[in-house]
Structures are given as structure tokens and as C-alpha cells.
Ligand binder design. Structure first.
Ligand code: URA
Length: 273
């Protein structure tokens, strides 16, 4: 970051403070911007080299962070080991600005695994997924059909660190975490995998369709890393439902579809909350 960027950053922080913005968030954004090199100073008299013609690189070497993630994830044979591996992983840029690694909460090896989008402010502070407002709604939704993280659900996310200012995670950040997400699914081998929201659904299922196309349907996740194919159901994200409460009827339809599917495959409901 150049000196003028730094001054502009300070002025921006001051202005955000006056406007009542959460300054923890703002500082995290500026810290992560500081890691990005500023533009090189122009050298008007130097001859401008012609940009090199792009060369085709059909087999470009894999990103070392992705390879490290894949190696670390593959080496884990329990969910507890995977939790430690994620905490030790340094290949996702989100980690630098986050307070906590948010891996998961609930019963390891539960019949239901739920994967959401990523930690927010409350999750970052407490080190657990879905503990803020959307988490409370999620717990109530699951509780209405006899599911809870105390008895029969494990909850995680497609990224393990809070994106600064709650921006969406980038494709690179999602890709860096994905080997761990895939490994969690393989190790947990749930009877049903619930994907909360479009980002989790598209990332885990490797599908392009939006959440409105994918939600409420009986889907199957299969890959060579899985011993058996896994039943998957996409539902609307609780944070979306907080913003669009009129969509709760769709979420209710998804929950009923999920309850019917769980009953069919013999997953007993826990105590209804
Ligand atoms: N939203 C998510 O997708 N995950 C969390 O952990 C919290 C909010």
C-alpha cells in the first residue's frame, strides 16, 4: 500500500467511525487491503515493454495452497483430526483478518450434516458456526422437525474464516477450503447432507444452478472420494429468510420434504424443540 493509500485509509476509517460503522470490520478490510501490493509508480521516460504474448499452458501447475489443502485433508482419518488440520492450514487468505477458525459444531458422525456459507461476526467471535441471528433461526427451523446440534446434526461451512466485512468469499478462498469440506463429507458420511443457501450448494455440488432451482429436491452427491453416494437437499439460507420473511413458506416446504425423507430412510427425530 502506498503512503497516499494509507492516508486515504485513515480518513476513511475516521469517516466510517462518524457514520457508525463497526470499526472492527473496517480495520479488517483495510488490513487485508494492505496485504495487496499497490500499483507500481509510473516511469514516464522508461520505454514501455511490449506485453508478452500469452502462452498456452494447458497443464499449469496446481496452486500450492490447493495442493497443501488436498494433502492435509486426505491425511485425516477422523473429524477431530480434520478440525486440527483446518486450524493449522495457512493457505486461505481469509485467515489473516479473522479472529477464529470456525470449523464445526454438533455431533461428529451425526446422521445429518448441514453446510452453510461461512462465519459472520458472531461466529468469528465465538468460534462456532451459526450462532448469530441466522443461527437462532436455523436452530428453530431444524428443531421443528426434530433435528438439533445437541442430538443428531453436525454443522459446518464452505469457508472456515469470516470474510472481512461479511463480503462473499472469493472463488479462490472457496477453492482453498473445498478439500477440507469434501473430506468432512466423506468422513461424516451423513444419511442426509443439507446445503444451506446457493453458495454452499453450488460449491459442494459443483453445480451452476441457483438456489431457487436446487432447493427442496432430492439430490445425490457422488465422487470417487466417497464410499457411497450421499443424499443431499438444498434449502434457503436462514440469513436470506431474515431479509425476505415472505419466503419462509418455501423454507417450510423444504423442511417438510426433509422430514419426509429422513423418516423414509429411518433417521429418528430427536426431541422436538
Ligand atoms: N451463515 C453461515 O452460512 N454460516 C454461519 O456459520 C453463520 C452464518
Amino acid at each position: 500500500m502506498t503512503e497516499s493509500h494509507e492516508l486515504a485509509g485513515k480518513a476513511l476509517l475516521e469517516w466510517w467511525g462518524l457514520a457508525g460503522v463497526d470499526l472492527d470490520d473496517a480495520r479488517a478490510i483495510l488490513r487485508s487491503a494492505a496485504a495487496i501490493p499497490g500499483p507500481a509508480a509510473p516511469r514516464p521516460s522508461a520505454p514501455q515493454p511490449r506485453p508478452a504474448a500469452p502462452t498456452a499452458r494447458p497443464s499449469a501447475p496446481a496452486d500450492p495452497a490447493l495442493k497443501a489443502a488436498a494433502d492435509m485433508a486426505r491425511a485425516c482419518s477422523t473429524i477431530a483430526e480434520l478440525r486440527r488440520a483446518v486450524a493449522a492450514f495457512e493457505g486461505c487468505g481469509l485467515k489473516a483478518a479473522a479472529r477464529s477458525t470456525v470449523f464445526g459444531d454438533g455431533i461428529e458422525g451425526a446422521p445429518v450434516l448441514l453446510i452453510g456459507e461461512g462465519p459472520g461476526k458472531d461466529e468469528d467471535e465465538q468460534g462456532k458456526p451459526f450462532v448469530g441471528r441466522s443461527g437462532l433461526l436455523l436452530d428453530r427451523m431444524l428443531g421443528s422437525i426434530g433435528l438439533s446440534r445437541q442430538s443428531n446434526v453436525f454443522i459446518s461451512n464452505v469457508v472456515y474464516w469470516r470474510p472481512p466485512g461479511n463480503r462473499p468469499a472469493t472463488q479462490g478462498e472457496l477453492a482453498a477450503c473445498l478439500p477440507f469440506v469434501d473430506r468432512l463429507i466423506a468422513l461424516a458420511a451423513p444419511k442426509i447432507l443439507i446445503l444451506a443457501g446457493g453458495v454452499a450448494a453450488q460449491t459442494v455440488l459443483r453445480r451452476q444452478e441457483g438456489v431457487t432451482k436446487l432447493r427442496g429436491r432430492r439430490l445425490v452427491l457422488d465422487s470417487k472420494e466417497l464410499t457411497n453416494p450421499i443424499n443431499a437437499l438444498v434449502m434457503l439460507h436462514p440469513a436470506y429468510l431474515l431479509r425476505q420473511p415472505q419466503q419462509k413458506r418455501l423454507a417450510w416446504a423444504d423442511l417438510l420434504a426433509l422430514a419426509a425423507w429422513l423418516e423414509e430412510i429411518g433417521v429418528a427425530p430427536g426431541q422436538r424443540l
